[in-house]
Design a protein. Structure first.
Length: 365
């Protein structure tokens, strides 16, 4: 390859590099826009003469320094709003941690009730009341999944937050629903309360992926989401445990299993249906009643904490918080835009360096 052609090609990209280097330099470093100007007004007097009236006014002229100042203000404004929202988000996190700790207690109490075989529980098959191997023992209890209380946050992950990327092509992609935690507190443009199930009569969650157009496969009129993080399942819960001590005593008939044999309940703590046999009879029955009473008390305490949480952050709809977060998002977008230009400059310079190396490699062949 001719040397002049190699140089001509390399010079093309080096010239481009020089322009990129100068893109954000002060073009008039020795010239500063005046902060004040003299405003002069010529006034005709009554005797026909003229006089001059002057006053000092703001110039409203700007030099290159103003760009950095404005960008700095935008960044500071977004960080101030993030800090404000973070303080509110942390209150929500604190309440939800207390709520979910009580839900974990319900899960633990449920496990204990099942291990003790509190009624309703496992019943054996029998003819005439005697235990027999006529059929597999039948479980009469009903459990459900206890779901965490959480705060669902809609966030443009590339625009601000732990996933901030000034070099991204689109600050709005991906758009996600994530669970609020200490690392993403203060970020996101919309909060949604998402109370999970405590008792069997509760809704599983307050929001679900079906509420959004996840992946663009749903109604185009719905909010578009790249992904939806679901609530956590904390474990099995039960609220069907009898509050009548007599129900936990046995053996007793609890139902027909067909025309040949019946179901009998051996009683709380009785092996092999119970894996925890530490309490039987009236003592075991009292513990079963105590368990369901504790579960109901915990559910009531959870409702109280929810009310306190919502009151502390302006209501269950998070309306006031979301007004602030929406304005915060505008500042974050402005900050992202200013830094994206610089990031793209760096990317282009890196790309040019690669091209120059490639040209030199080809020229040596």
């Amino acid at each position: 390859m001719e040397e002049f052609l190699r140089k001509k090609t390399v010079n093309l990209f080096e010239r481009d590099q020089n322009k990129l280097d100068d893109a954000f330099k002060d073009q008039s470093p020795d010239i500063t826009a005046p902060e004040k100007l003299e405003k002069v007004e010529i006034i005709q007097n009554d005797d026909g003469t003229y006089s001059k009236k002057s006053e000092e006014v703001d110039s409203k002229l700007y030099d290159d320094n103003v760009v950095g100042q404005v960008e700095g203000e935008i960044k500071q404004d977004s960080e101030t709003l993030q800090e404000f929202c973070r303080d509110v988000d942390k209150k929500i996190i604190s309440f939800n941690e207390k709520i979910n700790a009580k839900k974990q207690e319900i899960v633990a109490l449920t496990a204990e009730a099942t291990e003790r075989n509190c009624w309703p529980g496992i019943a054996y098959t029998s003819i005439g009341g005697e235990r027999g191997g006529f059929s597999t023992p039948f479980g009469f209890s009903t459990s459900f999944s206890v779901i965490e209380d959480r705060e669902a946050v809609e966030i443009y992950t590339k625009m601000a937050g732990p996933g901030l990327d000034y070099g991204a092509d689109n600050p709005f992609d991906p758009t996600k629903i994530i669970t609020l935690n200490s690392s993403n507190a203060g970020f996101g443009h919309e909060n949604n309360r998402d109370n999970g199930r405590t008792l069997s009569s509760d809704s599983v969650t307050e929001i679900s992926a079906d509420d959004y157009n996840v992946g663009g496969s749903g109604d185009p009129e719905d909010d578009y989401l790249t992904s939806f993080e679901s609530s956590a399942n904390l474990g099995a819960g039960r609220d069907d445990i009898s509050t009548d001590s007599a129900d936990h005593l046995g053996p007793r008939f609890v139902g027909s299993a067909g025309t040949i044999y019946d179901y009998y309940y051996a009683g709380v703590g009785e092996s092999p249906d119970a894996s925890n046999t530490s309490l039987t009879g009236s003592a075991g029955a009292s513990r079963c009643v105590e368990i369901i009473n504790q579960i109901n008390t915990l559910a009531s305490e959870i409702n109280t904490l929810r009310s306190e949480r919502d009151a502390a952050v302006g209501g269950g709809d998070r309306a006031d918080l979301n007004v602030v977060k929406e304005k915060k998002m505008e500042k974050e977008l402005q900050n992202w835009g200013a830094n994206n230009v610089r990031a793209k400059q760096t990317q282009r310079k890196t790309s040019n360096n690669s091209v120059i190396t490639a040209v030199n490699n080809l020229s040596s062949l």
